[in-house]
Design a protein around this ligand. Structure first.
Ligand SMILES: [Mn+2]
Length: 399
């Protein structure tokens, strides 16, 4: 029984302090890792430079009930702010440019459902590093004032390419987040290999690897896990995981953990029995050699189309051109198929996948091998160091 009447003022004070502590911990201690605030500020400054004379209005993703909140990636990239219904106003018509973040006023009754939110004011200014954090009720009048001297008012659509250009080259912290996402993904691959076997359901493999994701601190999969065996090994984005694996199958495991908002993307193809058939080995080796040729090409100045030509050239020379039906590379980052112009030559600190594949539906053989590769000043560094030679892959399944 709660003896409310016996609570002294001092105790009430203590309880209030205690609740404050919980709120404090909830808002700081358990938040996902962020980059240093000056990193986000630097991006806003670079963007302001690119849209000089104009005003930009960017809106955060709205809240949805019973759906895990995901901030709009461009908004997150510029602010590191992951709560709904905020508005960023970048006034690049002023000299120097000014920036405002507008937040809804806190509503204590709603916070019973949502947990504490950041409201306008000095605490938000400190936590976001944005110099003015005002109430959303002040947005209209602030915009009106900024508009007076601006050439145009831009929205996300107008600046998407500008932001994508910045997003393609990763900061040191972004690379660290991606490395962590990759490390967790590799634990998932290991768990997948352990779980694979004849008569096992694909969803058991999915459960085993996603368990590793979460218990190692990932937010979850960055995209629906692909565990495709037998005929489904040839379906590129099969994500149902409903099939019972058969001893003669290969199984494509294309997965990526998301850490601090950043998603890895690593694929291995395993023989369900622990041993490839001669025909599966033959195809596997072609894909592996093609992948190695493409990875060897990665360095600043090279284009993704050059990597594709390297992989495709090898696959074509073996007569399987028509079975290689997708691109070889894409950028990864806040989105697993990250934003940006794919024809832009590679630069240091970009992170891409290299993932050729051969898919022969009439033989129910699909093989894809995918690694995540950091472009360095002089060449590249493979982030996803994980077995991929035939004997190694077989040994992983046999355990
Ligand atoms: Mn991929």
């Amino acid at each position: 029984m709660v003896k409310r009447s016996l609570t002294t003022a001092a105790q009430r004070h203590g309880i209030a302090l205690c609740l404050c502590c919980i709120a404090f911990v909830a808002s700081l201690g358990f938040a996902i890792e962020k980059e240093p605030l000056q990193e986000y500020r630097g991006r806003r400054e670079r963007l302001a430079e690119r849209i000089k004379g104009n005003v930009l209005v960017l809106r955060a993703a709205p809240d949805q009930e019973l759906v895990k909140y995901r901030q709009e990636p461009n908004f997150y990239y510029l602010t590191g702010f992951d709560e709904p219904n905020a508005i960023l106003l970048l006034d690049a018509a002023s000299d120097p440019p000014q920036e405002f973040l507008f937040l809804p006023e806190r509503k204590r009754s709603e916070e019973r459902w949502t947990g504490p939110k950041l409201g306008p004011g000095s605490e938000a200014e400190k936590r976001t590093g944005i110099s003015k954090v005002l109430s959303t009720t002040e947005f209209d009048s602030t915009l009106k004032k900024a508009e007076e001297q601006a050439k145009a008012v831009y929205t996300l659509k107008d600046v998407e390419n500008e932001i994508a250009y910045l997003r393609q080259v990763k900061s040191a912290t972004e690379i660290a987040f991606l490395e962590k996402a990759v490390r967790i993904t590799l634990k998932g691959q290991q768990a997948a290999a352990r779980a694979i076997g004849p008569n096992v359901m694909e969803y058991e493999v999915e459960a085993a690897l996603e368990y590793e994701f979460r218990r190692n601190g990932a937010e979850g999969p960055g995209f629906p896990s692909i565990i495709g065996s037998g005929p489904f090994s040839t379906i590129l984005h099969y994500d149902k995981s409903e099939r019972r694996m058969q001893a003669a199958d290969v199984v494509v495991v294309d997965i990526g953990a998301q850490y601090a908002g950043y998603s890895a993307d690593v694929t291995r193809t395993f023989p369900v029995s622990g041993k490839f058939s001669p025909r599966q080995r033959e195809i596997y080796q072609i894909v592996l050699d093609a992948q190695k040729l493409a990875i060897a090409k990665v360095k600043p100045g090279v284009r993704i189309s050059d990597l594709h030509q390297a992989a495709m050239g090898h696959i074509r020379s073996k007569g399987y051109e028509k079975y290689f039906v997708h691109g070889t590379s894409h950028h990864i980052g806040l989105e697993v198929h990250d934003a940006g112009d794919v024809s832009r030559p590679l630069e240091a600190n970009m992170v891409i996948t290299v993932e050729p594949g051969i898919y022969i539906p009439e033989e129910q053989i699909g093989i894809r091998i995918e690694d995540d590769v950091l472009v360095t000043q002089t060449g590249h560094r493979v982030l996803s160091i994980f077995p991929k030679e035939i004997p190694e892959i077989e040994a992983l399944v046999k355990r």
